[in-house]
Design a protein around this ligand. Structure first.
Ligand code: SF4
Ligand code: SF4
Length: 226
């Protein structure tokens, strides 16, 4: 969706749910490894278990943790998913990249509309639109009225302003192509959406994580009916 969309959904949720898409790919890789090294124990995760993914990714030399708390890669910015295989197979490992390349930049901290980045690499979930529109099950704090811009599921602002995302390149994964009916929804479509439509539109999407009640609450909060 673009600036003309009545409401905004985080970029990662445009297409099919990344948990499912990436798990499928991990399973192919796991099978290939098992074929080559029979008897190994191996499991794959993608934001699906309490694994400190960003910390491990930093140790693996994939990037550094930016002031917005995202893993940032010099080559790809921060618009990517992290997944991992945990195995007893002994492999050669990479070294941490070392260094933090945010420098004097503070664009993410300055741009955050709810001042959720309270310190370097510290995001206060109770102020973060991403958490508040997806994980939070309660009402939205009225202090945030007018601060959500058009976000109804997630928020990309602290990534959109990050200069390292100049190096982000478009994906070529068909499963992540934006759902056609999502782009076509008008403000009225969103505001009048019922549980059945929600189920049919977001059947394969990560948006279903917010559940109908959560998404409805977010839309009502923005449209002023709540
Ligand atoms: S996701 Fe949005 S609300 Fe959360 S820290 Fe980033 S800019 Fe702030
Ligand atoms: S916007 Fe600037 S400070 Fe924030 S993560 Fe990106 S480079 Fe670091």
């Amino acid at each position: 969706m673009d600036d003309t969309s009545p409401y905004l959904v985080s970029a990662y949720a445009y297409g099919n749910d990344y948990h499912e898409v990436i798990h499928e790919k991990l399973n192919v890789l796991i099978q290939k490894l098992k074929d080559q090294v029979p008897g190994i124990t191996i499991r794959g995760f993608v934001d699906s278990a309490p694994v400190l993914e960003r910390a491990w990714a930093t140790l693996a030399g994939l990037g550094w943790i930016g002031k917005n708390s995202m893993l940032i890669s010099k080559r790809n910015g921060s618009y990517f998913f992290i997944s991992e295989l945990v195995t007893d197979l002994v492999l050669e490992y990479d070294k941490p990249m070392g260094g933090n390349y945010c420098g004097d930049c503070s664009r993410c901290m300055d741009a955050c509309p709810t001042q959720a980045i309270t310190d370097l690499r510290v995001v206060d979930a109770n102020r973060c639109i991403s958490y508040l529109t997806i994980e939070n099950k309660g009402e939205i704090n009225p202090d945030f009225k007018g601060k959500y811009d058009k976000w109804i599921f997630g928020c990309d602002i602290c990534q959109q302003v990050c200069p390292w995302n100049r190096y982000a390149s478009p994906h070529d994964e068909p499963a992540f192509a934006p759902l056609a009916n999502l782009r076509e929804l008008t403000a009225t479509d969103w505001e009048e959406m019922g549980p059945e439509q929600f189920k049919s539109i977001f059947r394969k999407s990560a948006v279903k994580r917010a559940k109908f009640a959560g998404l409805k609450r977010n839309i009502d909060f923005l449209s002023g009916t709540r």
